[in-house]
Design a protein around this ligand. Structure first.
Ligand SMILES: Nc1ncnc2c1ncn2[C@@H]1O[C@H](COP(=O)(O)OP(=O)(O)OP(=O)(O)O)[C@@H](O)[C@H]1O
Ligand SMILES: [Mg+2]
Length: 347
């Protein structure tokens, strides 16, 4: 369990002060996988580094497994960090040590006996699928293999928590999925709580239970992954979702899109629907009950965990009153309706 209460972090002071985190509150239950997304510079790395106190919060409390981290002495903190593993985007392996010795390093620092180290490292090598690479050096490994070594090293001291800062951002999509699968197995088999930072919605979709969105140092969303993907609460959340779904109007239409309605225009809308609405023939009912025609420009259905999410970009063709009524009808049936703009009717 990780609990951040009112965590703030300011780098520098006076005119140069950067408020990297502002009053962040976040609870991550034991054994869950929690994702944090946000734009570059939003404060993601600062947030994750505050959990193991690689960065010391300017104020606030950080509790990991019942222990308040900010009040520990240096040696208590070193001890507490054995229970918190961490992996990074660029793996951070020691190039002069082979795979076995990289994984053994934290155990050596803890003063473990060589035989105990052997007994710990060999099953870890097996777990990450690198039993045949024990004597190789990092330079001889692919990116995915290096991250597997880093994961084994992070698990060597039997942590309860694993922190992952953009752990798959330097990897190709296929390698990314294999690393995510490994993280999912680790969470499942060992019950380790995972906090992962990413800028990729795909990563969140494939392994996280919950997700937080951070913007300018503030936590602006915190939701179940299914809820976030079906109904983000903020414009930034919707932007992340739309980028991920790659659903935006065709370029030709975008160029003709006007912000305000005119005398001879009709609205172009983005409809998002989930749950029962996906399987209900709402569009044909809309045409019948509101006397509008619907011209579908793009549509997509996505499965996210146990949810189904439908998306559509459509032009609503009818009089101003009819299209307004149509939008109210859709909203009354739990669809999210976002007016993207208005285009001239062919009159
Ligand atoms: N050591 C530091 N000293 C001063 N400012 C810092 C330091 N570390 C981070 N910052 C600033 O704090 C803010 C948050 O940075 P952070 O690295 O946490 O962002 P991030 O969300 O991880 O970004 P990215 O996606 O690019 O990794 C940024 O404005 C950054 O410039
Ligand atoms: Mg970062």
């Amino acid at each position: 369990m990780i609990e951040l209460s009112n965590v703030s972090k300011t780098y520098g002071s006076g005119d140069n002060a950067v408020h990297a985190l502002q009053n962040v509150n976040l609870t991550i239950p034991k054994g869950t996988i929690h994702g944090v997304i946000g734009l570059s510079g939003a404060g993601k790395s600062t947030l994750i580094r505050c959990v193991n106190l690689l960065e010391r919060p300017t104020s606030g409390s950080v509790v990991v497994d019942g222990q308040e981290m900010t009040g520990l002495t240096r040696s208590e903190l070193n001890h507490a960090r054995h229970r918190i593993g961490m992996i990074f985007q660029h793996f951070n392996l020691l190039t002069t040590r082979n795979v076995f010795d990289n994984i053994a390093l934290p155990l050596e620092l803890m003063g473990e006996k060589r035989s105990d180290i052997q007994n710990r490292v060999l099953p870890l090598l097996d777990m990450v699928g690198l039993s045949d690479k024990a004597n190789q050096y990092p330079a001889q490994l692919s990116g995915g293999q290096k991250q597997r070594v880093a994961i084994a090293r992070a698990l060597a001291s039997k942590p309860n928590v694993l922190l992952c800062d953009e752990a798959t951002s330097a990897l190709d999509p296929q390698t990314t999925s294999s690393i995510l699968e490994l993280l999912r197995d680790i969470n499942h088999q060992l019950g380790i709580t995972i906090l992962l930072i990413t800028h990729e919605m795909e990563v969140v979709k494939s392994i996280c239970h919950r997700v937080s969105l951070i913007s300018d140092g503030k936590l602006v969303e915190d939701a179940e992954v299914g809820d976030f993907f079906t109904a983000p609460n903020t414009q930034l959340g919707r932007d992340f979702l739309n980028d991920f779904l790659q659903l935006s109007p065709p370029k030709e239409l975008l160029e003709r899109l006007e912000e305000l309605p005119g005398e001879h225009t009709h609205p172009v809308v983005r409809l998002t629907f989930s749950g029962d609405a996906v399987s209900t023939p709402l569009i044909s009912r809309l045409a019948r009950e509101c006397s509008v025609d619907v011209s579908i420009l793009q549509a997509k259905v996505e499965s996210i965990q146990d949810r189904t999410l439908g998306l559509m970009i459509a032009e609503l063709l009818g009089s101003h009153e009819q299209t307004q009524q149509a939008m109210s009808y859709l909203e009354a049936h739990q669809l999210q309706v976002e007016v993207l703009g208005h285009v001239q009717r062919n009159v």
